[in-house]
Design a protein around this ligand. Structure first.
Ligand SMILES: [Zn+2]
Length: 94
């Protein structure tokens, strides 16, 4: 089942649950009877789980109000991990 949205000019948006692929292009408004065109909207990804919702909210918040930090994260400060390849020991050192 999927949720489809239609918008009536006078009564506003209406959500209708139907099997996937069975939504009509227009639907008669239950309030005034006028044909409502279907509206395409973002899938309800944010309603999935609380962790997905908080990740989406943090990502959207970082666009305009990113978190302020005073130093790079600990893993980035150490640099890349040393290689275990023995051929690298023969390379010149800085
Ligand atoms: Zn209506």
């Amino acid at each position: 089942m999927a949720t489809y949205r239609y918008r009536c000019e006078t009564d506003g948006p209406r959500d209708v649950v139907r099997p996937i692929g069975t939504a009509e292009g227009t639907l008669d408004c239950p309030e005034c009877g006028v044909a409502m065109p279907r509206v395409f909207a973002v899938p309800m990804l944010a309603l999935g789980s609380s962790s997905a919702r908080s990740l989406i909210e943090r990502t959207e918040r970082s666009r305009e109000r990113p978190d302020v930090v005073s130093a790079p994260p600990p893993a980035a400060r150490r640099g890349p991990a040393p290689s275990t390849n023995p051929a690298w020991s023969r390379l010149p050192r800085p």
